[in-house]
Design a protein around this ligand. Sequence first.
Ligand SMILES: *Cc1c(COP(=O)(O)O)cnc(C)c1O
Length: 381
Amino acid sequence: MPTPPAASETGDPFLLTPGPLTTSQSVKAAMLHDWGSRDPGFIALNREVLARLPALVNAAASHVAVPMQGSGTFAVEAMLTTLVPRAGKVLLLINGAYGTRARRILEIAGRAVVVAETPEDTPPDTAALAAALAADRAITHVFAVHCETTSGILNPIAEIARVTGAAGRELLIDAMSAFGALALDAAAVPFQALAASANKCLEGVPGLGFVICRREALAEAAGNATTLALDLADQQRALEATGQYRFTPPTHVIAALHQALAEFEAEGGVSGRFARYRANCAALTEGMRGLGFCTLLPDHLQAPIIVTFRMPPDAGFDFARFYQGLAGRGFLIYPGKLTVAPSFRIGCIGRIGVPEMRGFLAAAAAVLRELGVTLAAPRAA
Ligand SMILES: *Cc1c(COP(=O)(O)O)cnc(C)c1O
């Protein structure tokens, strides 16, 4: 008898992707109610959620969390178009699709940009950043991605913050795939704002992003926005005055995030979550290398969020069939998004642990057997 597919508590496949992710049964169950957006119960729940977020990056005294309805990109666009003045200029550190997306947001919004790009497997060059900031006084902000989910690379955010601060400029961070798992301390790594969302390492459901923003910067940002819906200063003004969102809030998503934050704290906060993801990443990487796959990144550049594997050159390996075989066994993986090499990605985040990773590796071995491929042993580095 064939083994039944692996499944989460609800019988769904495990999502080994960059998000949306597998969530706990209790997080999903938190959505089984209808809330009035103007009801004091919902207003209190929302306040509690937002009040907890800045502390996760040691920013409770200096920063405020402003929510933004929508996927993570809505929060990134809100951050960039609210905090960069119309006459501002942003130096973008790009080494993947999310940096490129930020550039497009700024260009559409008519903000001046200058790009410092490195290949997807190469961290930004902070010496070149220092030189670029010294050479161009018009640059007001630096934009960086903490973990570039395109490859899974960990960018040197502390060094980027140090160089940016030393040059007297402001740092804006896309921390979407890092927030809640990769430690960041606003006292040691100064930033004006970071954008993140409910449905990555916090293990909530999709539909809400947020920007953790220095209080004074938000106060000074009034009038910068080039859209109504994404104006964080206006959003914050309304929330402070009335506790209410300007436009329909994703009530169920916020209730799920409230539950997800309770589970996050029970797991030991950022360090607890990091430890689980690091164990997932180690089990995945070791197991996949054992099957003959090669990672794109060397271990010292790899964040324990999502791992990029090179497409094996072996003639019998067909990604579509590999994907389908895994999906049939209860695991959804992700195609690659790289320009440097054909690849695919496997996420380490969400409500999964080492047992699920082992289950995935057993499924991958079975699919390879089914395809009749024995991968060439990876060459020693
Ligand atoms: C997921 C992610 C985003 C947001 O993507 P959405 O599809 O809009 O949720 C932005 N930046 C990074 C680095 C991400 O990983």
